[in-house]
Design a protein around this ligand. Structure first.
Ligand SMILES: Cc1cc2nc3c(=O)[nH]c(=O)nc-3n(C[C@H](O)[C@H](O)[C@H](O)COP(=O)(O)O)c2cc1C
Length: 205
């Protein structure tokens, strides 16, 4: 496809739930015709903390080949999907740290007029997924971004039930990313790419 939508999926994941969702978003967005960059933000936790949880160490090792995000990955993109696990109802400090490196690009207006969306996961069903996504979306307004949430725009969304973004309840590791969450990610990826394409084409004409 000539001049495809450029999408960055920029995420933090400790124990791999977010990694699974990010990979699904990438596959679905590529199937929808986007050129995609998958990026993880730098880990900030010390090795002692990572080694206290085998799932955390396993995810660190499994994602070593995923490039670390840089501000250019946001500037380059027509659309950015950010992801973070819920941390006490908010985004993880690792993702916040990356976002807080974007002041220079913000000051130059390089973050504005893009599509933004988000995904998350938590251990419990009412553990703060929506507050995490809404907290993330506060930032997108400061960017001058255009927030594209999935809403209930597809029947699949009535299964996962989160109109703010793809989310998954991991039940402390007992509930792996499943077809319900993958279907929600597919809806979000297709919607972000379609609206980014419409915006891009409109701006070009
Ligand atoms: C410090 C900390 C805070 C957390 N806070 C919440 C929370 O508020 N609600 C919740 O349901 N789960 C909470 N969790 C669980 C994670 O959000 C959950 O396991 C998530 O799916 C992990 O995603 P990841 O595998 O991508 O790191 C917390 C975990 C940690 C380590």
């Amino acid at each position: 496809m000539s001049n495809p939508v450029k999408l960055s999926v920029i995420y933090y994941s400790s124990t791999g739930v977010g990694t699974e969702i990010a990979n699904t978003l990438v596959a679905e967005a590529e199937a929808a015709g986007a050129e995609v960059r998958l990026r993880r933000v730098p880990e900030l936790a010390p090795d002692a903390a990572i080694d206290s949880n085998p799932a955390w160490r396993a995810n660190v090792e499994a994602t070593r080949s995923v490039p670390e995000a840089t501000p250019d990955d946001v500037v380059w993109a027509d659309a950015v999907i950010f992801g973070s696990p819920t941390r006490f109802g908010n985004i993880a400090s690792q993702l916040k740290q990356f976002i807080d490196t974007l002041g220079g690009q913000w000051a130059q207006g390089q973050l504005a007029d893009k599509i933004y969306s988000g995904f998350t996961s938590s251990s419990t069903a009412h553990g703060g997924q929506e507050s995490t996504l809404l907290a993330l979306y506060n930032t997108f307004h400061h960017f001058g971004g255009i927030v594209v949430a999935p809403g209930f725009t597809d029947g699949a969304k009535f299964a996962d039930g989160n109109p703010y973004g793809t989310s998954h309840v991991d039940a402390q590791g007992a509930n792996k990313v499943d077809d319900v969450t993958r279907a929600a990610a597919a809806v979000q990826a297709r919607r972000v790419v379609a609206i980014a394409r419409a915006l891009k084409n409109g701006q070009a004409s």
